[in-house]
Design a protein around this ligand. Structure first.
Ligand SMILES: [Zn+2]
Length: 634
């Protein structure tokens, strides 16, 4: 999900006008350096941050048939879910997600007074629910349902859940999907969270049944999907999978263009504005398969202009392959979407090369109601300018790595997908615009923001108000700070890629991330993770005094906040020489005052902490000492 760039780039108007006096409780005890209270490592999640030898996760394969009735705006569907119990436990019930029920009056969101605006929404109507061919009872709790199994599902066993259901398309709200009828050639339907699916059962929480409220996104099982989508015959469909029946739904010309596009770096038009068919003659069924995906979304419209090109990416086996990058947009969006394929190509390639090879055969993006939302192989975006479309495309495509490949629990740890993507988007944007004239300003995080919302980043997003700050910007900045100032680029990048490799197609928790980064970087970072992610400690480094002694320049430093960091110091001497030092974080282990002498022959005229202004120092005004000479006075 995308927070608007304008919000991303916004600057606090409060600035550093007022000194705060945080309580240095941790410093007084030195507890900021103590180990975090992380879960005890076991054979499932090891102390090194790796999945252990006994790691397991459930798998839910879906075979779905869905028909969109455009006359009534209702989806009618049936599915077979093959649910593999890979856990060591015997299950007597299965929790299902029914996320469309968020629009119902009895959902938690509605009862919080935040109705999505759907009038008298009836939600998902289940007409058949069977397990292994036998009807089962279930309890409906709005966005979740408890299915009571007639026979317990033993460890290693598989059951088949059959569900027939329908629901009316929500037309008012656009909650990560939507119906958009603003186009001359017909509406755009974007479908997500549209099918009943088992909640995740895991080794940490058992059943993960946090309800769908809206701020928290998703945590779902990997599975293989086969989905047949029946729509009016003049529609184009994009989905979280590869199209497997092109010969049934495309003309021979379109099929040939699609093949050409895969091998072309330049954009190929598959269906142009003039080639769209304006009157449907009956319906046709598009079939897709999605392998190892954590959910399945799709979009359909008669309005879509369809463009595509291929991009070469590395594979895990050090070979290369081409990924089809394709977009669908109504003609009304042409002025902004004309470079959209190029944006997709860049992001798929950039993240394949810097994070982990893109594992799927295609990546699609459609233009409809949703401003920016990610699904495997498919993003819903709008964009109001080329630059904003690049930003939202890049962000949503990067979600293919977090959480589509590294399957984190977004309903508890939103920063592990939104913060991680914000972090990598910073470098992708620099890479894309590096040679272009209209390179946008890279957002600079203003440390004074750290003085406002003091909830911890690792707070479930449904309990956060300032999600844009605490799930996106602050963790995105924090990881950049960790990479560039604390660990160092080379050491960080090895650890970061190792974390992604270890947890690709698995589900890490924050402790696994912390341990993995510490192990691969070889650094104790508990103080960092505590101060930045687990708590909301504040940094205020200061220079108290500078004196010239017979041994050199003696600087007295203070740590006035309740967090700690290394100290980056620059001393300028009367002879014009400049000297840079990095004091390790351990200088704060004993006291919040640190005195150190620097062996310099010439007296200091200017002494400054964090000259690059890279640190989240909430009160930078006390970071500088200078003589009158250093002040430019004679
Ligand atoms: Zn996002």
């Amino acid at each position: 999900m995308r927070v608007l760039l304008s919000i991303l780039l916004c600057v606090s108007s409060f600035a550093c006008s007022k000194k705060t006096t945080p309580t240095p409780s941790f410093l007084h005890t030195g507890a900021v350096f103590l180990d975090l209270p992380l879960p005890t490592p076991n054979s499932i999640r090891s102390g090194s941050g790796m999945p252990g030898e006994a790691y397991w996760q459930q798998q839910a394969d879906h075979d779905i048939n869905v028909r969109l009735d455009v006359a009534t705006n209702v989806l009618i569907a049936s599915e077979l879910i093959t649910y593999h119990n890979n856990s060591p436990d015997t299950l007597s019930y299965i929790w299902l997600q029914l996320e469309q029920n968020v629009h119902r009056a009895d959902s938690i969101r509605s009862r919080e007074g935040r109705s999505t605006g759907e009038e008298s929404y009836e939600g998902i109507r289940i007409s058949k629910l069977q397990v292994d061919g036998e009807s089962v009872a279930w309890h409906d709790y709005a966005t979740t349902a408890k299915v009571l199994l007639q026979q317990p599902l033993h460890s290693g066993d598989t059951c088949v859940i059959q569900v027939d259901w329908s629901f009316p398309m929500p037309v008012t709200s656009g909650l990560r999907m939507g119906y958009d009828d603003a186009y001359a050639d017909g509406p755009v339907w974007e479908l997500a969270q549209w099918f009943p699916t088992p909640c995740v059962y895991d080794d940490v929480y058992g059943w993960n049944t946090l309800p769908y409220i809206g701020r928290g996104e998703f945590y779902s099982n990997f599975g293989d999907y086969t989905v047949s989508i029946t729509v009016p015959s003049n529609h184009v469909v994009f989905a979280s999978g590869a199209l497997t029946n092109a010969s049934s739904v495309l003309s021979q010309t379109e099929q040939a263009r699609l093949e050409t596009a895969l091998h072309s770096d330049a954009t190929v038009t598959i269906r142009s504005q003039d080639e769209r068919v304006h009157t449907a003659e009956g319906e046709q069924t598009w079939r897709f398969t999605g392998k190892q995906v954590r959910t399945f979304a799709w979009a359909t419209s008669a309005s879509f202009i369809w463009e595509a090109a291929g991009v070469e990416v590395p594979t895990l086996g050090n070979k290369t392959k081409r990924v089809l990058c394709q977009v669908g947009y109504p003609k009304e969006a042409s002025a902004v979407w004309d470079e959209a394929v190029e944006y997709l190509q860049h992001s798929v390639k950039y993240y394949s090369e810097t994070l982990y090879p893109y594992p799927w055969p295609q990546m699609s993006m459609t233009r409809g109601k949703e401003g920016g939302m990610e699904y495997p192989m498919l993003a819903f975006c709008r964009g109001s300018s080329h630059q904003s479309l690049f930003n939202v495309t890049d962000h949503e495509v990067s979600h293919n790595w977090f959480p589509m490949i590294v399957n984190t629990d977004e309903r508890r740890h939103a920063w592990m997908d939104e913060g991680f993507t914000t972090f990598v988007n910073h470098y992708s944007l620099e890479d894309f615009y590096g040679t272009r004239a209209h390179k946008p300003d890279v957002s600079k995080y203003i440390a004074s923001k750290f003085m406002h919302d003091l909830k911890a980043i690792n707070t479930p997003p449904d309990l956060l108000k300032s999600r844009g700050h605490l799930s996106y910007r602050k963790p995105g900045y924090g990881l950049r700070f960790l990479r560039e100032e604390i660990i160092g680029k080379e050491r960080f990048d090895e650890a970061w890629k190792e974390y992604i490799r270890l947890w690709a197609f698995k589900s890490p928790r924050p402790a696994d991330f912390y341990r993995s980064m510490e192990n691969a970087s070889g650094m104790d970072l508990q103080w960092f993770f505590r101060g930045f992610f687990e708590e909301s400690l504040q940094l205020d480094q200061a220079i108290e005094k500078v004196t010239q002694t017979k041994d050199g320049v003696e600087v007295t430093f203070r740590n006035l906040g309740d967090w700690v960091c290394p100290v980056n110091l620059t001393i300028t001497c009367t002879d014009g020489s400049e000297h840079n030092y990095t004091l390790p974080v351990s200088v704060w282990a004993w006291s919040s005052r640190h005195i150190q002498t620097f062996d310099l022959q010439s007296p200091a005229v200017h002494v400054e902490i964090d000259r690059k202004k890279a640190y989240p120092d909430i009160f930078p005004a006390n970071n500088t000492w200078k003589t009158e000479l250093g002040n430019g006075k004679k």
